[in-house]
Design a binder for this molecule. Sequence first.
Ligand SMILES: NC(=O)c1ccc[n+]([C@@H]2O[C@H](COP(=O)([O-])OP(=O)(O)OC[C@H]3O[C@@H](n4cnc5c(N)ncnc54)[C@H](O)[C@@H]3O)[C@@H](O)[C@H]2O)c1
Length: 267
Amino acid sequence: MNRLDGKVALISGAARGIGGETAQLMAQAGAKVVVGDVLDDRGRQTVAAITAGGAQAEYIHLDVTREDSWVAAVDLALSRFGKLDILVNNAGVFIGKGIEEISLEEWNKLVAVNMTGVFLGTRMAAPALREAAKSSEHGSAIVNLASIAGIVGSQLDPLYSMTKGGVTLFTKSTALEFGRKGYRIRVNSIHPGVIQTDMGEQTFVARAQRSGTNDTAQIRQTVTETVPWGRLGVAMDIAKGIVFLASDDASYMNGAGLVVDGGATAM
Ligand SMILES: NC(=O)c1ccc[n+]([C@@H]2O[C@H](COP(=O)([O-])OP(=O)(O)OC[C@H]3O[C@@H](n4cnc5c(N)ncnc54)[C@H](O)[C@@H]3O)[C@@H](O)[C@H]2O)c1
């Protein structure tokens, strides 16, 4: 189950957090991985950890908001590994401000990374994914990082929620368009709950500020108590879901959303 032997994956925002864990898990599952991020040192460390384990990976500076950056990342996958089977649109940012507090500049940054980045990645990788699908029994795959904030509203960051809601429906629409065109690229989204990464920490800081306290440990405890499974998520919880969606075991999943939140949105 969940093997990716012989497959080539490109993951955005893969220097750390969920993307970094996914890069390592995909490599362990047999994939060759291109790690793209704007955090060059951290990205190279992630690649070094993968290659130290005997798998193949390459780092490239990828700013998801830039078309030329995506062209270079896809080119690297093709020139170094010969094809591209999997795209994970993982890069994302969180601002943690309300509608009346966020600046237009901050909103534009949210849209550029969380939405334009997903659109550009999908468009620029589609020809290579389509080509690889021709010689693959179950086709190619795109996995988009949405959020539970893309399914239900977020009082903490309504604008972040708006971008993730966009990713949720863009996923379904892309599955429909690529299906109509006969591309054989499955497109699915994953919807993490609160995950303990740098971004997860940012959400605790934002909640603390909202509550007028510096006690993020108390906030973390309060949030944990809202999760029916009784703990916060870790990057590996999400990486496992991403690997599944990218693998041939998910060969009939298309235009779907996989919720991985310990039951947080079950109520
Ligand atoms: N952590 C959570 O609680 C949580 C919950 C739901 C969804 N998500 C989503 O999961 C994804 C990964 O988040 P994470 O928790 O690992 O956060 P993180 O902040 O640890 O990692 C995000 C990565 O994206 C990179 N990035 C930011 N802007 C970029 C750009 N312009 N181009 C390329 N890379 C860029 C960052 O450098 C970083 O490495 C995001 O899309 C996020 O919205 C996270």
